[in-house]
Write a protein that binds this ligand. Structure first.
Ligand code: SF4
Ligand code: SF4
Length: 132
C-alpha cells in the first residue's frame, strides 16, 4: 500500500494504458512535455518523470502530486514528438486512485475561511476532479 492509502493493484501500468489509450513506452524522455507545461513549479515530479516512473513500474509515481496539479491543458501533447497524451495518462492515474473510493480533497479538511473565500465554481470543479 502506498503512503496515500492507495492499494497497489497488480498490473497498474497496464491499467493506466488501458484507461488512457496511450502507449507509455512510446516516450523516449526528450523532456519537451515538461519544458512546455505551465504547472511544473507546483509539481513534485515533472510530467516526463511521471512517464518514466510508469515505464519503470515505480509505484511511488502514484504518490506524486503531478496528476492532481495537471490542468489537462494539452500543451504537452501538442509538443510531444511521439504523440503521447500525458493529460490522458494523468486522468487515468486519477481514476485508478478515485475508483478506490479515496478522496484527494475533503471538505472536512478545509477551514471555514477557505470555504467562504474560494469561488464556488473552483470548489465544485475541485470536488468533481479530486473526490471518488
Ligand atoms: S514530450 Fe513525449 S516523448 Fe518527450 S518526454 Fe514528454 S511524453 Fe516523452
Ligand atoms: S496537460 Fe497537464 S502535464 Fe500536460 S502541459 Fe498541461 S498541465 Fe502540464
Amino acid at each position: 500500500m502506498a503512503r496515500n492509502g492507495l492499494e497497489i493493484i497488480e498490473g497498474l501500468l497496464e491499467k493506466v494504458e488501458e484507461l488512457s489509450g496511450q502507449n507509455v513506452f512510446a516516450c523516449y524522455q526528450c523532456g519537451m512535455c515538461s519544458a512546455g507545461c505551465p504547472l511544473t513549479d507546483e509539481m513534485d515530479l515533472l510530467p516526463n518523470q511521471v512517464i518514466r516512473g510508469l515505464q519503470l513500474r515505480d509505484w511511488r509515481t502514484m504518490e506524486s502530486n503531478a496528476m492532481w496539479i495537471c490542468a489537462s491543458c494539452f500543451s504537452c501533447q501538442v509538443r510531444c514528438p511521439k504523440g503521447v497524451d500525458l493529460a490522458r495518462l494523468m486522468e487515468a492515474m486519477r481514476q485508478i486512485y478515485l475508483r478506490q473510493q479515496l478522496d484527494h480533497v475533503s471538505i472536512d479538511d478545509m477551514t471555514p475561511e477557505q470555504i467562504s473565500k474560494l469561488p464556488q465554481i473552483a470548489l465544485v470543479a475541485s470536488f468533481r476532479k479530486k473526490t471518488g
